[in-house]
Write a protein that binds this ligand. Structure first.
Ligand code: 3AM
Length: 176
């Protein structure tokens, strides 16, 4: 039996922004709104890869290394709720072209390597709360934290002691 890991490509958020987000979140949402995602787990998913074998992981890493793209900035200035998936999220009123391009390239590579990719449109976001299936009073916007994205990362999603934990495996710079 070959072992697999549950992997995804994502943008890591700077520690200062993660801390600012959890401070803001604590003041915006009551306890019963949903289960807060741990500060260490806040990220923007670019491409979910699913259960990946070591061979496939190697191919995906090689593709990530070949990817050439310039850094870009984004502003987390929007907030919303998807009751179906029970997710309250932080996002962007206007996602920068660089972000959409990066995700599109990684998702195309993932699909080429046999990782199923959802046909639903890509909505870049940071998941703030999970299990938020009831109506949630949303703030009118979000403070608009600006982030310079000069790289992207590969994470493994682990489940231990009843908790999901994301382990950073590798990062690649954006330059080109
Ligand atoms: O970035 P967020 O939190 O929205 O929901 C999972 C998380 O997304 C998502 O991948 C990210 C890292 O775990 N995810 C989990 N299973 C998935 C699936 N089958 C999935 N995304 C798409 N298809």
């Amino acid at each position: 039996m070959t072992s697999t890991r549950r992997l995804f490509f994502a943008i890591a958020l700077p520690d200062s922004v993660r801390q600012a987000i959890i401070g803001w979140r604590a003041g915006q949402f009551p306890y019963e709104a949903g289960r807060p995602v741990a500060a260490a787990n806040l990220h923007i998913t670019l491409a979910f890869l699913g259960e990946v074998s070591a061979n496939k992981e190697q191919a995906l890493r090689a593709a990530a290394m070949r990817l050439q793209q310039k850094p870009f900035t984004l502003a987390l200035d929007d907030c919303g709720h998807w009751p179906g998936s029970g997710v309250v999220w932080l996002g962007m009123k206007r996602a920068p072209r660089g972000l959409l391009q990066l995700a599109q390239r990684l998702r195309a590579q993932a699909a080429r390597n046999g990782c199923y990719q959802s046909p639903l449109p890509f909505h870049p976001h940071v998941t703030l709360l999970r299990q938020a299936r009831q109506a949630v009073a949303l703030p009118p916007g979000a403070p608009g934290w600006e982030i310079t994205v000069d790289g992207f990362s590969l994470y493994a999603s682990l489940f231990d002691n009843g908790r999901t934990r994301y382990m950073l495996l590798d990062s690649w710079p954006l330059a080109g």
